[in-house]
Design a protein around this ligand. Structure first.
Ligand SMILES: [Zn+2]
Length: 79
């Protein structure tokens, strides 16, 4: 797996929606590539932060989804 692949599927990995094989490839890459490891950690922290915030927010679901999409775009720019 290449760094570009890791970037592309990082969200699925963090969502836990990757297949077993891909998940293993992903983890194997993180062990070999400090850059991807650091980036994935950052994404995980961002997700947790956002999720905690959204959980306390009493906004409509549609608004939350839009916010999530915006944050994903921001995170993608960082990667
Ligand atoms: Zn990498």
């Amino acid at each position: 797996m290449l760094c570009d692949d890791v970037k592309r599927i990082a969200y699925f990995f963090l969502d836990g929606t990757l297949g077993e094989q891909k998940k293993n490839d992903f983890s194997a890459h993180l062990n070999l590539c400090p850059e991807c490891e650091a980036r994935t950690k950052l994404h995980r922290r961002l997700r947790i932060f956002v999720r905690n915030r959204l959980a306390r927010l009493t906004a409509p679901d549609r608004f939350k989804q839009r916010l999530m999409r915006t944050l994903r775009a921001v995170a993608a720019e960082w990667s």
